[in-house]
Ligand binder design. Structure first.
Ligand code: CMX
Length: 434
């Protein structure tokens, strides 16, 4: 007699052609206000989220509070001797939409220095985990382990007026943000440097302190500043941002909400793509005995990947239709600091070759590189060769955007998210007679 799994498999095989037919033959049919293609296709392009923190134009890329990436970098106060802004000043900017003075940015630096102490039980919990656990799982667990610190949860339990929700959410957001670089660096040194953590330097800003706690010399402090800012926000529909906001919309606190967002970021179609890029590049070089491929060899590798039903990591995007300006901003850094690095040269070669191949392949709507296409190469250059750590760096940056968003969500009283679902029968009913 067929068991549960066999019966389930049979039903899956029956349902798949229905979904395929709906998409291929009726994708453009309107169902209420949106098309069947959008209902089945991951809600692409449906405008049902509000945020003023950032906006993503398909042709131009992201604007933070109305400024492009170069404009944002130019406008904000810089750390001494650095070409990149204080992350803390950027947090001020995302929260308020106003460019802080140097004094105002330094006030946030000092505030974060006061908040950055990580509870000892977080380190104990991380040490108790298997060392081969993925660092994103460690990060997510470390964040949710601090839930008992939540000011929002405590004040909510005491009874709080709705109008006041934003204030403890802001406190939690600042506490969490101030601690995240220390948690990330601790995970790195626990997993890959024989459990040799480096304590925070109470005089440094977030970027400087992260480099210090990783044990990496300048200009890695600038890598951290650039990296955290570039990865911060990409409007609200992407998986990590949307997950954080969705969970927070149930009035879950920042710890529960951001931990959920971290879990979403760990998917290979989202933040994990930065480690996949390095894995793919290493795979190419391994097959060639450690040498760089020629353009012809690279072309063959790209086709092999596509023909085996896999994606080219770091290429394509759900919204963007041009080269991601976050990719271009990192390229500017690489041209200054990594010009002779063979891995960077390979990334440039991929940029010359891959879009043409993806266009010829004809599936991806956007054949151009996204933020993940060269972020790993920068880390590799500075000695962070353990590529499964890269998405943790993305997560620290992403926290800035999503925590600003959920603070504002509570301030403006945005309600519990609750989109409506339908059945395949209902969709098929709508196509009758067409
Ligand atoms: N390589 C091969 N095929 C690709 C592709 C790529 N880089 N990008 C898209 N495609 C394929 C899709 O898999 C899809 O195929 P099916 O029709 O067989 O399902 C088809 O092209 C159409 O997809 P799309 O509309 O262009 O893209 P989506 O909005 O569905 O997905 C994304 C967007 C990013 C998931 C996809 O481009 C992808 O998988 N890229 C590689 C992974 C990656 O770099 N992710 C990181 C994105 C940035 C981030 O969030 O960090």
């Amino acid at each position: 007699m067929a068991g549960l799994k066999d019966i389930l498999h049979k039903k899956i095989l029956e349902q798949r052609p229905r979904v395929k037919r709906l998409l291929q033959e009726h994708g453009d049919v309107l169902f209420d206000q949106v098309t069947i293609g959008q209902v089945i296709g991951g809600a692409r392009g449906i405008k049902c989220l509000v945020t003023d923190i950032s906006h993503l134009d398909p042709e131009e890329g992201v604007r933070f509070r109305g400024r492009t990436i170069p404009e944002t970098f130019a406008a904000l106060p810089k750390a001494p001797g650095s070409c990149y802004p204080y992350v803390e000043g950027f947090w001020y900017y995302l929260l308020t939409g106003e460019v802080p003075t140097e004094r105002q940015a330094l006030d946030v630096v000092a505030d974060f220095q006061r908040r950055q102490q990580i509870p000892e039980y977080v380190f104990d919990a991380l040490r108790a985990m298997p060392r081969d656990l993925h660092p994103m799982a460690m990060l997510s667990a470390a964040v949710v382990a601090m839930q008992g610190e939540s000011v929002f949860a405590r004040r909510y339990n005491e009874g709080m007026n709705k109008m006041d929700y934003w204030e403890p959410m802001y406190e939690d957001a600042c506490d969490l943000l101030a601690r995240l670089p220390g948690i990330a660096a601790f995970i790195y040194r626990l997993k890959y440097r024989d459990d040799s953590p480096i304590s925070a330097d109470p005089d440094l800003d977030m970027g400087g302190n992260f480099a210090h706690m990783m044990g990496i010399e300048a200009p890695y402090d600038d890598v951290a500043r650039m990296y955290f800012i570039l990865h911060s926000d990409h409007e609200s529909g992407n998986v990590s941002a949307h997950t954080t906001r969705l969970v927070a919309s149930a009035l879950a606190d920042a710890y529960y909400s951001f931990s959920a967002g971290v879990n979403g970021l760990s998917g290979p179609l989202h933040g994990l793509a930065n480690q996949e890029v390095l894995r793919w590049i290493q795979g190419v070089m391994k097959k060639l005995g450690g040498k760089l491929p020629s353009e012809a060899e690279l072309t063959d590798f790209l086709w092999d990947t596509l023909n085996s039903g896999q994606v080219i990591p770091g290429y394509g995007h759900a919204v963007l239709r041009k080269t991601d300006p976050r990719f271009s901003a990192q390229m500017t850094f690489c041209e200054k600091h990594l010009a002779d690095d063979p891995m960077f040269q390979l990334v440039q070669m991929i940029y010359r070759v891959a879009p043409k191949i993806l266009m010829e392949h004809g599936k991806a709507r956007n054949p151009w590189p996204n933020v993940d296409a060269q972020s790993g190469v920068i880390q590799w250059h500075f000695g962070v060769t353990e590529y499964d750590f890269y998405t943790v760096l993305f997560a620290v940056g992403r926290a800035i955007g999503v925590l600003a968003n959920i603070t504002w969500d509570r301030a403006l009283g945005y309600p519990l998210e609750r989109p409506k679902s339908v059945t395949l029968d209902m969709l098929e009913e709508a196509t009758k007679g067409r």
